[in-house]
Design a protein around this ligand. Structure first.
Ligand SMILES: [Zn+2]
Length: 394
């Protein structure tokens, strides 16, 4: 691809594979479990400064690990394309990076220091080639992504503080499909209690409610709710749902239990008010507590609200035409199985977000890997999407 540098010198976009791998390995060499990404954020800031970029360190409400932000501008008005990634990893034993047989292995290879390195390489390549004729790129990297240790609040604050582009590319470990719809999700934990101390079952007071019976009633009611939620179903991302993953009660077989608790998820389709979803759930519990004469508490933890992407948005058409040119066909359209930071950009800023990363595996395990060839491809797709999208008026 021929582009004109601002000085008028023609230049060609070139992804530097060695430099990309070196950056990924340097980021991966520093352990950064969620909440503790301070050291790797400092390292990234240093790498970008060495590269000659002006680096900002917005705290986003998490001063132990300020985020990293770079605004690379062409100097001419246009759109801003954001590349956003998280530097934290799930809380599993640290695996140091290794490079072998075309793969990078180790903690964060797939999720998602490899992807962050590809995004950085895209910005470098576009700068080196002078390939951005107008507009700008905003690169952001942050902590507090992975649940349950993080809840996305640092990114939410960054978005509120203006660290947001006109569109966002997120190099998470999903290389297909192109997700255009996704459900919002929350986790819940319900605790059901009765009055009185633990007691042998033969001595239990006759007027005491059974917390297990109340728990069973809740299971039945949530089944009814889930049946009702199963329609309508979206062809790409399925239906709203309520799911129970755990049910616990009692200590031994002949003690009358005091507590019963259940834990699960609730998911909903775009267009649903997430506060109404929570109120409906709490109202069901209040009614059950009244009927069963138990005390019921609920912890409700919003993970992310629902997600939508307009396929006609110029950002999506720019991405798809670059993707088609690189691979021969546009990326298949699909639903988003899990929530990610794209949901936050859509919910908080109504900004279109595409999650697209390299071929990789082992995310959330101790056996993570990512394909180096595909990281190079992702860097190229990111750079070319910026070159196509940013020059037009915002
Ligand atoms: Zn991730």
């Amino acid at each position: 691809m021929k582009q004109r540098h601002s000085t008028g010198a023609p230049s060609k976009l070139r992804i530097d594979r060695e430099r990309l791998v070196e950056t990924a390995v340097r980021l991966m060499a520093i352990p950064s479990p969620t909440g503790q990404a301070g050291a790797v954020s400092d390292l990234l800031a240093g790498i970008l400064r060495e590269d000659g970029f002006v680096v900002e360190r917005p705290e986003g409400g998490h001063p132990v690990a300020p985020a990293v932000a770079v605004r690379f501008s062409s100097g001419r008005p246009g759109r801003t394309l954001q590349f956003d990634g998280h530097l934290d990893t799930v809380h599993l034993p640290f695996v140091a990076p290794t490079v072998e047989d075309g793969l990078i292995r180790g903690s964060g290879a797939s999720d998602m220091k490899g992807g962050v390195a590809a995004a950085i390489e895209a910005v470098r390549a576009i700068r080196d080639a002078g390939a951005l004729s107008a507009g700008s790129i905003l690169l952001t990297a942050h902590d507090l992504h992975e649940a349950p240790w993080g809840d996305g609040r640092q990114l939410d604050q960054l978005i509120r503080d203006g660290y947001v582009g006109d569109a966002v590319l997120i190099p998470e470990p999903m290389h297909e499909p192109l997700a255009v719809i996704g459900r919002g999700s929350a986790t819940w934990k319900v605790s059901i209690r009765r009055d009185g101390p633990p007691v042998h079952e033969v001595r239990r007071p006759v007027d005491q409610p059974s917390v297990i019976a109340a728990g069973a009633a809740l299971v039945a009611q949530l089944k009814t709710l889930n049946d009702r939620l199963s329609q309508p179903a979206d062809p790409l991302c399925g239906s709203a749902s309520v799911f129970i993953g755990q049910f616990h009660a009692g200590e031994i077989y002949n003690q009358f239990p005091q507590d019963c608790w259940l834990q699960g998820t609730r998911r909903w389709l775009p267009g649903t008010d997430c506060r109404a979803v929570e109120s409906e759930f709490r109202a069901l519990l209040a009614e059950l507590a009244r009927q069963t004469q138990t005390e019921i508490d609920c912890d409700w933890f919003l993970i992310r609200d629902a997600f939508r992407l307009d396929q006609a948005d110029p950002f999506v058409t720019a991405f798809q035409s670059v993707y088609r040119e690189r691979t021969g066909a546009p990326l298949t359209i699909g639903g988003k199985m899990f929530v990610d930071d794209g949901n936050s950009f859509w919910t908080l800023a109504q900004v279109p977000a595409i999650t697209h990363g390299a071929r990789s595996g082992g995310a959330h395990t101790i056996d993570e890997w990512v394909s180096i060839d595909d990281l190079v491809r992702v860097a190229e797709v990111y750079a070319l999407t910026a070159a196509a999208y940013c020059p037009n008026p915002a």
